[in-house]
Design a protein around this ligand. Structure first.
Ligand code: NAP
Length: 305
């Protein structure tokens, strides 16, 4: 009988990558937790061999049921749907993991940006995940914590390219000239599967997941090369960006500002990530692979301005 790993968020970006790689590797049985067992993503995972269990981070009994007989858990909580309630949901998951006696919990955490800034800037989607890591440590859950970088996929969702008055494409935020670590969420599964394969080495550790560590101007140069038209990076100071007023503007402004001021590079995380998953994609390879989607996204975006 294979040991079972419960993957949360498996219908989404991070958990989806983890579930797919664990299914491909065939070393563990894969169970996924979802609120909607009928969704296309859940059904695709079922067809690939996953056991699908209905559950919700807000429903403690459903978590306890999903954790029966489980050896390991991949946990990811979603700030952008639940906002500050993410802490309660993560706590429910950690409590259930502890109660079930799970032997290896991997939680997708982030750095404590408030602490990095000496308490001056708060970034709840990061700070909450850091608080959840501390909570799991307090409970002495046998855990590994990942700190994933900014997804390349964000350029297709949260941060699409824009067009200036001269017709050139650009993206802009408060990152300045400081390197911005990135990776493709598609590649998390390879990292997490290697961590599950080496519990003795990784329980108690935090692993940064980084595939590229360049300045925004350098990412823009790669875009220009692959897309064959000029793309540039526009540095927007924190206060200007925070004033844009869209939901989450201040939070994202603070996130980039903390990174600009306090995270000069993540080279060591990058080296360890390629050790765990040698197939991590460089930005240029990822962009070439997704060029058609990228170009389509740019056209859609430009049609709306
Ligand atoms: P995603 O693609 O939006 O998918 C969200 C997943 O969360 C779905 O599988 C959903 O499952 C599950 N979920 C949401 N609410 C749930 C609930 N109440 N109970 C059980 N499952 C629930 O998310 P993602 O991008 O993989 O991960 C989101 C997290 O990544 C955020 O917290 C964000 O802060 C973090 N992050 C993002 C970046 C970035 O660059 N974008 C970088 C670092 C960290 P069902 O709908 O099937 O129930």
């Amino acid at each position: 009988m294979k040991k079972i790993i419960l993957v949360t968020g498996a219908t989404g970006a991070q958990g989806g990558s983890v579930a797919r790689v664990l299914l491909d590797n065939k070393k563990f049985a894969v169970r996924i937790l979802t609120r909607n067992v009928q969704s296309q993503q859940a059904q695709a995972l079922a067809a690939a061999g996953a056991e699908i269990v209905e559950g919700d981070f807000d429903d403690v009994a459903s978590l306890q049921r999903a954790l029966q007989g489980v050896y390991g858990v991949f946990g990811v909580t979603n700030f952008w749907e639940h906002f500050e309630h993410e802490f309660r949901q993560g706590k429910n998951l950690i409590d259930a993991v502890k109660l079930a006696g799970v032997e290896h919990f991997i939680y997708s955490s982030l750095k404590d940006y408030n602490a990095l800034s000496g308490g001056t800037l708060s970034v709840p989607h990061c700070d909450i995940k850091a608080a959840l890591r501390n909570y799991a440590k307090e409970l002495q859950v046998p855990a590994t914590f990942t700190e994933v970088a900014f997804y390349y996929e964000n350029f297709l969702t949260f941060f699409p390219l824009q067009k200036d008055e001269q017709g050139s494409l650009f993206f802009g935020f408060p990152q300045g000239d400081t390197k911005l670590s990135m990776f493709s969420a598609e590649d998390l599964g390879g990292v997490v599967a290697s961590i599950f394969d080496h519990p003795n080495e990784y329980i108690g550790r935090t692993v940064g997941v980084v595939a590229e560590d360049l300045t925004c101007a350098e990412y823009a140069q790669i875009m220009s090369k692959v897309l064959e038209r000029e793309v540039y990076f526009n540095y927007i100071p924190r206060d200007v960006y925070a004033g844009f007023g869209f939901p989450g503007a201040e939070e994202l402004a603070n996130m980039f500002e903390v990174q600009r001021l306090y995270i000069p590079n993540r080279q060591l995380d990058l080296i360890e990530s390629y050790g765990l998953n040698p197939n991590m994609q460089r930005f240029e390879s990822w962009l070439k692979k997704h060029k058609a989607t990228f170009v389509g996204r740019i056209s859609e975006q430009l049609a709306t301005v």
